[in-house]
Ligand binder design. Sequence first.
Ligand code: GLN
Length: 251
Amino acid sequence: MVADSALTVVLVYPELLGTYGDRGNAVALRRRADARGLDCHLVEAAVRDPLPRTGDVYLVGGGEDAAMLLAWEGLRSGHRLQDAVDAGAACFGVCAGFQLLSREFTGPDGEPHEGLGLLDVRCGRLDGPRAVGEVLADSDHGFLTGFENHQGDAHLGAGTAPLGRLVRGVGNGDGRTEGAVQGRVLASYLHGPVLVRNDGLADRLLELVTGPLAPFRDPAVLRLRQERRAAALSRPGARHPHLRRRSSHRP
Ligand code: GLN
C-alpha cells in the first residue's frame, strides 16, 4: 500500500511491449489517480535499464512474438517483478505480458519457455487460427471489453482465478474464461487499451495499492463502454471457429 499520496506506475519495456497501444493503460491509471487527488508518476523502464524497484503498479503490455522473447530475456535477469509484488506492488499483464507472467509459455517456435511464474498459468498455442476481434466478458469489476490479437491461450492452475467469464471472443481459449488473477497480479488477453475501456478494472488495480477510492465516473468512458459492448455482441458467440475445432479434437 502506498505510504503517501504519490503513486508510481512502471511501464515495462514500452519499446518492445507497446505494439498494441497498451501504453494507454498507464495513462488511464494516471488519469484515474489524478481524479482522486493522488499524485501519480509514470516511469518507463527501457529493456537495457534495470527495472525500478519502487513501483506501485507494473504494466507489462502486449507485443509480437520476437519482441516478446527479447522482453523475456530482460525480465529474467536483474530485479525480479516477483520481488516487487512480494513487497506490495500490483502487476498487470496484457497478452504477451500475460504469457510472460505465467509459469510456462509456448514460444512461436513451438517450444516451451519458463515464464516469470507470477501466475499459476500455462500458456500454450490456440489450435485454430489467430484470435482476432472484439471480446466481451463479465467480471467482478463490471463487464470487460477489449480487442484480442493472439495465438497464445491460457490454462489456469489451481492458484489462479479467471479475471472474467467470456461472453464473446476467444480470451483464454477454453470457451469460458478470460484472463487471470492471483493476488495482486492480474492479466488479460484484452487490448483496447483495456484499462481505458474498463474503468472498474483500472480502479481495481489502483485500489490494490491505495486501498478504497472514491467513485469516479468519466462520461466519455461510459459512452465508449456501451459502444464497444455493442460491437462485441455483434461478433458470433459460442460457434467461434476455435471452439468448434477444440471440441472436435477433445470430445
Ligand atoms: N505474440 C503473442 C501471441 O500471439 C502475444 C500477442 C499480443 O501481445 N497481442 O500470442
